[in-house]
Design a protein. Structure first.
Length: 188
């Protein structure tokens, strides 16, 4: 039976719940493309079945930030996903801030080693620094999902290098995440 992975491309293409902007890019556009690539890689592998939160670049989920987040979580829960990955691009007032990091509900849960492997795959594929996995139990997508869930900040949209890499190489980020998933399940 295929392992079901729900890929949430964080944010909407416009409000409500639009994402960060930097270096001429929009978070919601970058993570949409990376999510599509990741779902494609997973669905080509008979061990996995992937679904996306947004199936078109202009799809808007919910009518507020709260209902947008709830829609993503409810879709994953209703589908019976085995794992949940929410994709985001980080932002900072410090333009030099760079790298990938992840958040989980608890560092003692099953999501923690999953997130560790995702970051290792990302770092190996992109060359970006692995900034580690941190517990953030207040994040709705981590506390309301009924499966191990992680929120991955792929890179900093406010860093010119990170932003250009995400924009110009979405498949590279997807491949890094995919390799991390393979590692986690002992399939690499």
């Amino acid at each position: 039976m295929a392992i079901k992975i729900f890929i949430d491309q964080g944010h909407n293409p416009q409000n409500p719940n639009a994402g960060a902007e930097g270096n001429g890019y929009r978070e919601q556009d970058l993570v949409y493309a990376i999510g599509v690539e990741l779902a494609s890689l997973l669905n080509e592998n008979g061990n996995f079945e992937a679904r996306l939160s947004r199936n078109a670049p202009d799809e808007i989920l919910g009518t507020s930030v709260a209902t947008s987040l709830r829609n993503r979580v409810e879709n994953a829960n209703r589908w019976g996903a085995d794992y949940f990955i929410s994709l985001h691009a980080n932002a900072s007032d410090i333009p030099a801030a760079s790298g990938s990091e992840a958040f989980v509900y608890s560092t003692s849960g099953e999501a923690y080693p999953f997130a560790v492997d995702l970051l290792q795959g990302l770092s190996e594929a992109t060359g970006l620094q692995d900034r580690g996995v941190t517990a953030r139990p207040t994040l709705y997508v981590l506390r309301a999902t009924s499966m191990p869930a992680t929120l991955v900040e792929l890179g900093f949209i406010t860093n010119a290098g990170d932003a250009a890499l995400m924009a110009n190489n979405p498949r590279l980020f997807a491949t890094g995440l995919y390799n991390g998933i393979l590692r986690y399940f002992g399939l690499s």
